[in-house]
Design a binder for this molecule. Structure first.
Ligand code: BG6
Length: 488
C-alpha cells in the first residue's frame, strides 16, 4: 500500500511558485482526501511567524481557487521556519523542528523536500540536508527539484553529483510540469490502448509529426534568468523533448516507472545530433520584435527589463529532430516554441502519409492527409481529420473531423499539473518525473546547438510579436515539402 503520510518541507516557501502552484495544489489534494497525515514546513530566508505564513498560504489558495471550505483546518498544518541555506546551524534547528512536527503529527519519519527556489541552491541544500542529518529518517525521503536542472550537460552533471551524494536516483523527483498535463499523460494511452493507431505509428504511415508550444506572454520579470537560458534551454531541452520521447518511444513491457523511463531513454539515445554548420539546416532561432498582441502594443525583447540591448538570446526556436531507429528513420519531428507568438497553445499534429492514389481528384483541390491532433492546451482533447463524402454531395471527398474534448476543461495555468505531480511524489511514483539519463541525453543534444549559436551573432529581432515566428521556421518545413498545420 502506498503510504501518503508525510512531512513536506518547501524551500522557497515565500516564492512565486509556492504561492501560485504548490499551496493551491496541496489544498486540492487535501480537499479530495488524497493526503493522509501531513504537515508542511515552509522554509525561506525572511523572518515570518507561523500565523503570517498560514495567512499567506490561505490567501494564495483563495486567489487561485476562490474561497474554499475547511481552509482554516488546512492551513493549521502549515509551519514556518526562517532559514539560511548556507549555514549548518540553521539546518540543525530545522532538523529539530522537523522532528518535533513529525512526532506531533505521527508522520512516521516520511519526508519530502521540495526545492522551489533558485537553482544555484539545489546542490548546496541537498548536501546540507544530508550532512546536517535531515535525511536521517526512518521513513522515506524524497527530493523534488524544479527546473532548470543545470545549464548544460557539464553543470547538470555537477548538480547531479551533489544531489546523488545525498539521495539515490529513486529518491530524486525532477519536475517537468508538462508531464503533469492531462493530455501529455494521455499520449501514451492514445497510442497504446488503441488498435487503430499503434500499427500505423511508424515511418511507413506517418510522414511527419509537428509539436508547437506557443506563448503570447513575453519574458515578463524573468529577464535575468531568461538571458542565460533562452527558449532552447527554457522549453526545448525539457518540455518539448519530453513530448518527443512520449510520441516516439516503443511500447513499454509494462507501465512501471523503470520500464517507461527506459523506453524514453532509448528515444534520446537514437536522436541524431547536429553540430557546427549542420545546425543551420535543422534549427532556427528567433527573437521577438515589437508588435501587437490582443490589440495591445508590446515592446521588443531587447527593450524588456534586465535584458541586454544587444541580446543574442533566442525567444523562439524551431527544429527538425530526427530519430534514427527502425521505427522512425526518415520521419521528421518538427518542433517549435516561442514567446510573444500569435496564440497560447500547445498542440501535436501527427500527419499521416498520402494514400497511394487519389480517386477523388478535383482540379486545384488536393485530398487532405489524415491528421491526428492532440490538443494539450488550452483545449484538451483529440481530433482526427478524415475524408468523407458530405451528405447530398457528389462523390467527392471532404474533410471531416472526429473530436473528443476532455470535459471539465480547466483554465490555463491552474494547479492541476502540479497537483498530479505532488500526488505522484507522495505515492512514490516517479514515472512522470525525468530520470537523470533523460536529462543527460537531452542536454548533450541541446549543447551542440547552443555551441553553434553562440559562435555567431544572430540577426535579431527577426519576428514580430503576435506572429508565429520567423520566416525561416516556415522554410524549415517548406524545403521538405511540408508546412506547419495551423494551431489557432
Ligand atoms: C516554463 C518556462 O517551464 O514553462 C516558462 O520556464 C514558460 O518560460 C512555461 O512560460 C510554459 O508553461 P505552460 O504550462 O504555460 O505551457
Amino acid at each position: 500500500e502506498q503510504n501518503r503520510t508525510s512531512l513536506i518541507m518547501i524551500f522557497g516557501a515565500t516564492g512565486d511558485l509556492a504561492k501560485r502552484k504548490l499551496f493551491p495544489s496541496l489544498y486540492r489534494l487535501f480537499s479530495k482526501n488524497k493526503m493522509d497525515k501531513f504537515a508542511v514546513i515552509g522554509v525561506a530566508r525572511r523572518a515570518l511567524s507561523n500565523e503570517d505564513f498560514q495567512r499567506s498560504v490561505k490567501e494564495s489558495v483563495i486567489s487561485a481557487l476562490g474561497n474554499k471550505e475547511n481552509l482554516d483546518e488546512f492551513v493549521s498544518h502549515f509551519y514556518y521556519q526562517s532559514h539560511d541555506v548556507a549555514d549548518s546551524s540553521s539546518y540543525v534547528s530545522l532538523r529539530k523542528f522537523a522532528d518535533q512536527i513529525d512526532e506531533n503529527y505521527e508522520l512516521e519519519g516520511n519526508r519530502i523536500f521540495y526545492l522551489a527556489m533558485a537553482p544555484e541552491f539545489f546542490g548546496p541544500i541537498a548536501l546540507h540536508l544530508k550532512s546536517d542529518g535531515l535525511t536521517d529518517v526512518k521513513g522515506y525521503k524524497r527530493l523534488v527539484i524544479e527546473k532548470p536542472f543545470g545549464h548544460d550537460l557539464e553543470s547538470a552533471k555537477e548538480l547531479n553529483q551533489q544531489i546523488r551524494s545525498a539521495f539515490s536516483e529513486k529518491e530524486v523527483y525532477r519536475i517537468d510540469h508538462y508531464l503533469g498535463k492531462e493530455m501529455v499523460r494521455n499520449i501514451e494511452v492514445i497510442r497504446f490502448a488503441n488498435a487503430i493507431f499503434e500499427p500505423l505509428w511508424n515511418n511507413r504511415y506517418i510522414s511527419n509529426i509537428q509539436i508547437t508550444s506557443s506563448e503570447t506572454l513575453g519574458v515578463e520579470e524573468r529577464g535575468r534568468y531568461y538571458e542565460t537560458s533562452g527558449a532552447l534551454r527554457d522549453m526545448l531541452q525539457n518540455h518539448m523533448m519530453q513530448m518527443v520521447a512520449l510520441l516516439a518511444m516503443e511500447p513499454p513491457i509494462s507501465l512501471t516507472t523503470d520500464e517507461v523511463r527506459s523506453e524514453k531513454v532509448r528515444v534520446f539515445r537514437s536522436l541524431r545530433t547536429f553540430e557546427g554548420e549542420e545546425v543551420k539546416q535543422y534549427f532556427v532561432r528567433g527573437q521577438y520584435g515589437e508588435g501587437t498582441i490582443q490589440d495591445e502594443k508590446v515592446p521588443k525583447y531587447r527593450d524588456e527589463a534586465m535584458v541586454d540591448k544587444e541580446s543574442n538570446t533566442e525567444t523562439f526556436v524551431a527544429g527538425k529532430i530526427m530519430i534514427d531507429n527502425f521505427r522512425w528513420a526518415g520521419v521528421p519531428f518538427y518542433i517549435r516554441t516561442g514567446k510573444r507568438m500569435a496564440t497560447k497553445s500547445t498542440k501535436i499534429v501527427v500527419q499521416f502519409k498520402d494514400i497511394p492514389m487519389n480517386l477523388y481528384y478535383q482540379p486545384e483541390k488536393m485530398l487532405n492527409p489524415n491528421l491526428l491532433v492532440i490538443h494539450i492546451q488550452p483545449e484538451e482533447g483529440i481530433t482526427l481529420h478524415l475524408n468523407a463524402k458530405k451528405a447530398g454531395g457528389h462523390l467527392d471527398a471532404q474533410e471531416v473531423k472526429l473530436s473528443f474534448a476532455n470535459t471539465g476543461i480547466h483554465a490555463m495555468n491552474t494547479p492541476e499539473g502540479y497537483e498530479k505531480l505532488l500526488y505522484d511524489c507522495m505515492r512514490g511514483d516517479a514515472t512522470n518525473f525525468t530520470h537523470w539519463d533523460e536529462v543527460a541525453y537531452s542536454w548533450a543534444f541541446v549543447d551542440k546547438i547552443s555551441e553553434a549559436w553562440e559562435k555567431t551573432k544572430a540577426e535579431f529581432p527577426n519576428y514580430e510579436s503576435g506572429t508565429m515566428g520567423p520566416k525561416a521556421a516556415d522554410e524549415l518545413l517548406e524545403k521538405d515539402g511540408f508546412f506547419w498545420w495551423p494551431v489557432t
